[in-house]
Design a protein around this ligand. Structure first.
Ligand code: ZN
Length: 113
């Protein structure tokens, strides 16, 4: 638990981590995958897209120190990502903060009802 467990989704490194949303169509607003990348992996993924097609774009890239649970939730509310909230939360925070847990419960309730 805690910041020490937060690592790059690409290489497992812990240097200069950014929270990114990665969409597949550069310049289009779309809910991308939410990932945590270090400086090297961000650069590598940008230069060598992992998927064929028109390209691979980071629509959002925020230094991880700036990402609060509130900002994390805003990325969902504003449609920048549709990643699993629990999985993404563990990537970013190493845990699921209470406010994220509450939002997940709200979403489940609105899907059920
Ligand atoms: Zn990395």
């Amino acid at each position: 638990m805690g910041g020490e467990s937060v690592r790059c989704s690409g290489c497992g490194g812990a240097e200069v981590l950014h929270v990114v949303t990665a969409g597949f169509i550069p310049g289009e607003r779309q809910p991308g995958r939410l990932l945590v990348y270090c400086g090297d992996c961000r650069r590598r993924q940008w230069e060598r897209p992992p998927t064929p097609g028109p390209g691979y774009a980071y629509d959002v890239s925020i230094p991880i120190e700036l990402v609060t649970p509130q900002l994390f939730l805003r990325l969902y509310e504003t449609g920048w990502t549709a990643s699993s909230m629990e999985t993404a939360s563990r990537l970013v925070f190493g845990r699921v903060p209470a406010s994220v847990r509450r939002k997940m419960a709200e979403r489940r309730a609105s899907e059920d009802g």
